[in-house]
Design a protein around this ligand. Structure first.
Ligand code: SAM
Length: 333
């Protein structure tokens, strides 16, 4: 192979395998190998495929698949005191930094427009962003159950400042709004007054995961962009708790992030020992097979699930669950 053909071949290998232009040193080295005959095209291709850079690229691409491998059960189903410690650590960001007036709305919708303290008119505009979600979920609930909405009691998990709850409250019997940040719940109460319908919203502060047990069971349990901010064991714990809150004949609409680039597992000890963990907004995942196992333990089945969010680095779905056996007293998880 002459030198210009070798150069063109190496440049193509860089683009095809590594997705980038060749660096000068690499281009020179591999071109010489090819042009001298010390290495043929198949061997050079194999070297590219085996390189650390190509392996890292493949690792980061893999999570876009919905078949992200399950985490071992020991990493997902942990003792209650361990779940309590993880829960408290993750809550740090939400109870402190996200509680600030200039961050509280942005913590709910991470768009630049909301990265400031809001006026009453801004708040109304912010609350309107939750209406399409409420309309979609309520229409699906009616389709699947045929039940009249004015009699339906709702549980909003990770309710934030009430962006969704105010719309559900307006069309149903009422909403139990659950959050682990008192600042978000206080803002929600203010927003419910501003929006109208405060009498149909009750707020429930979770100091620990087990505080969820005090919240009444409901016909429609929903959660959007909230579970993903918890570590996998807490996600599993809260998911189980939410499924246990679905009244007979009711449904749970739960948004879950199933895959994320580079997220290969979770280690309780490392998370608890890391001084940075919990101090920023985090996005964790619970792979589909683990979700299915939690549902099985709760005596629930997936009615349907569909992608609601996907980008280069994370993939999430909205699951609709219904109970097929037992209730809060079903087989212990
Ligand atoms: C991104 S905001 C979403 C709020 C709301 N679901 C919405 O779409 O407007 C996430 C909310 O979930 C709450 N949250 C996250 N993990 C929670 C947990 N384990 N228990 C209770 N609340 C939680 C946070 O405090 C925050 O208010």
């Amino acid at each position: 192979m002459d030198s210009s053909e070798a150069t063109a071949t190496v440049a193509l290998l860089y683009r095809a395998v590594l997705g980038r232009e060749a660096d000068p040193a690499g281009l020179r080295h591999h071109t010489e190998e090819l042009a001298s005959g010390r290495c043929g095209v198949p061997q050079l291709l194999q070297r590219f495929l085996d390189s650390a850079e190509a392996r890292e690229r493949r690792r980061l691409w893999r999570p876009n698949l919905t078949g992200f491998p399950a985490f071992p059960e020991a990493e997902v189903f942990v003792a209650p005191d361990v779940a309590d410690a993880l829960f408290a650590k993750t809550a740090t960001y939400w109870r402190q930094t996200a509680a600030r007036p200039e961050e509280i709305y942005w913590s709910v919708l991470t768009e630049k427009n909301w990265n400031r303290a809001l006026t009453p008119d801004d708040r109304k505009a912010f609350l309107r962003t939750g209406e399409p979600y409420a309309n979609r979920v309520l229409a699906a609930f009616q389709d699947l159950t045929g039940r009249p909405l004015p009699a339906v009691r709702c549980l909003d998990f990770g309710c934030g400042v009430g962006r969704l709850a105010v719309h559900f409250a307006a069309r149903t019997a009422g909403v139990c709004a659950v959050d682990f940040s008192e600042a978000h719940l206080a803002e929600l109460r203010e927003n419910a007054r501003l929006f109208g319908g405060a009498d149909k919203v009750s707020t429930w502060l979770l100091r620990l995961p087990r505080d969820l047990d005090a919240v009444p069971a409901c016909d429609l349990v929903y959660s959007f962009v909230a579970l993903q901010h918890n570590t996998p064991p807490v996600m599993a714990r809260m998911l189980r708790g939410l499924l246990d809150h679905v009244r007979p004949g009711g449904l749970a609409f739960l948004h879950l992030t199933l895959a994320k680039a580079g997220y290969e597992g979770f280690t309780v000890r490392e998370y608890l020992a890391d001084p940075q963990a919990g101090t920023r907004m985090e996005v964790h995942i619970l792979p589909r097979a683990n979700v299915d196992e939690v549902a099985r333990r709760a005596g629930c089945e997936v009615v349907r699930s569909a992608c609601v969010g996907g980008n280069d680095y994370a993939y999430s779905e909205e699951f609709v669950f219904r109970r097929v056996a037992g209730g809060r007293d079903a087989e212990a998880g």
